[in-house]
Design a protein around this ligand. Structure first.
Ligand SMILES: Cc1ncc(COP(=O)(O)O)c(C=O)c1O
Length: 436
């Protein structure tokens, strides 16, 4: 439970920073009232709040940390680089080194460009595709939760204040695992769609060669295929989900786990498209990514060390093994307690998801809030499962025992029809909503 110090800090931060955090996923309204309000320190797969309470961390900086907090090889690489200087007025050798590494491991990467956030590079991908095709529309997968905070994506959501209609109208949506919905867009907007953008996979597997079909439809219609690998990157495969599913897009975007928590993202892709952002071709220039901090040296060094460690330690195999253990045992717990009407564990082992279902006992969000409340009560920070190399069997065991208790508590509340009354604070809210 948050103490006096963090309650005071929480009040202040909400007065000084809109939302009190720097992504809406970290705001108060995404957590039950007993969640820690500030996290001051991380170590491996543990984190500590400002009162010194220790949590097993399954959130891991929204999936940006894949080896563990303060992972020595990454921290050492970053610190060594900082000692040489954080930023220069000409490129530093680490830029070349990381570009070479990405070109080596990612099938779609013939050229790369770096930035600080995922949104920067997905937006850059859309811009490049528009310039390459000389078309304005973009087709994005409406089932995928997030691509960018920029207008081309947020314009498709209910919280689109400040975005002109002319921009909103250029973003079209299709459904995952539904090739017809994509084909229909190309029929309705012939010769007008610049890019098809989607995550290669989230929680449901692509069915009936879905990704191959999407690629074929994009190719046949002259659109650029973009895979957003922000979350799949380095969890499905060291070479991305594009390697796992053997479909090579024209452009792909990486971020999150690329730097084990350091701020670095990348757009990578085919040379003839990426080159438009260069200065050596004769074509019309695309003012691609041009940022003071895009090549901050220590973040790039962190990314190089991170990728090398992922490769040297077979980290992805570890993530799949831990995830499978979690998934199998959670499924058994749900079955044993006969709670299948209310909970389901889905997804690939490298990224499991516990789904909360609406029932006569309450809404999915109410049940979700109660479950999280019971988990935080046992010092488990769980907002999805972002498995890292630092999570081992000890943490799995402890987490499963907490889940066992949380499910029992939820089950009691469900039977008594008292989910809402069992909550110590407000129900968590959807990130995308028109009013607070
Ligand atoms: C799939 C996907 N793409 C893009 C982004 C945006 O990344 P960032 O928050 O680094 O801008 C996210 C962030 O959650 C994401 O999950």
């Amino acid at each position: 439970m948050a103490g006096e110090k963090s309650n005071q800090m929480n009040k202040l931060i909400n007065q000084l920073i809109p939302g009190g955090a720097h992504t809406y996923s970290k705001c108060d309204d995404q957590f039950p009232s007993n969640a820690p309000k500030f996290l001051a320190k991380g170590e491996g797969c543990y984190c500590y709040d400002v009162e010194g309470n220790k949590f097993i961390d399954w959130g891991m900086g929204l999936g940006s940390v894949i080896l563990g907090h303060c992972y020595p090889r990454v921290v050492d690489a970053a610190v060594e680089q900082i000692k040489l200087g954080a930023n220069f007025s000409r490129p530093s050798p680490v830029e070349l080194e990381l570009a070479e590494l990405l070109v080596e491991i990612i099938p779609s990467a013939e050229m790369c460009k770096f930035a600080k956030n995922g949104s920067n590079v997905t937006t850059a991908a859309v811009k490049l595709a528009r310039a390459y095709t000389k078309r304005d529309y973009v087709a994005l997968c409406g089932d995928h939760p997030f691509f960018s905070f920029d207008d081309w994506f947020i314009g498709t959501k209910v919280c689109n204040a400040g975005i002109p209609d002319v921009i909103k109208e250029l973003s079209l949506t299709f459904r995952y695992n539904n090739v017809e919905s994509l084909k229909e867009l190309f029929v309705k907007y012939p010769g007008k769609i610049a890019a098809v953008i989607l995550e290669p996979v989230t929680f449901y597997p692509p069915e009936k060669d879905y990704l191959q079909n999407v690629q074929q439809i994009a190719n046949e219609n002259g659109a650029v295929l973009v895979f957003d690998e922000m979350l799949t990157g380095f969890r499905w495969h060291l070479s991305g989900a594009q390697k796992f599913f053997e479909v090579t897009p024209d452009i792909s975007t990486f971020g999150k786990a690329l730097g084990n928590g350091f701020s670095v993202s990348a757009i990578v892709g085919k040379k003839d498209i990426m080159e438009l952002g260069g200065i050596k071709n004769k074509k019309e220039r695309v003012f691609l990514l041009s940022t003071t901090h895009g090549a901050e040296t220590h973040s790039l060094s962190a990314a190089i060390a991170n990728i090398n460690e992922l490769r040297d330690k077979n980290v992805i195999q570890h993530i799949w093994r831990i995830g499978k253990m979690l998934q199998d045992c959670i499924k058994d717990l749900i079955d044993e307690k006969k709670l299948n009407k209310y909970f389901e564990i889905i997804g690939y082992p490298c990224r499991p998801l516990l789904v909360f279902k609406e029932s006569s006992a309450g809404t999915a969000l109410e049940l979700n809030t109660l479950f999280l409340q019971e988990m935080f009560e046992q010092n488990i920070l769980i907002q999805g499962f972002m498995i890292t190399y630092s999570h081992g069997e000890t943490e799995v065991k402890e987490t499963l025992s907490a889940i066992d208790k949380a499910l029992t508590d939820c089950s009691i509340a469900i039977k008594k029809n008292s989910i809402l009354e069992s909550l110590d604070g407000p129900v968590i809210k959807p990130v995308f909503r028109t009013y607070n």
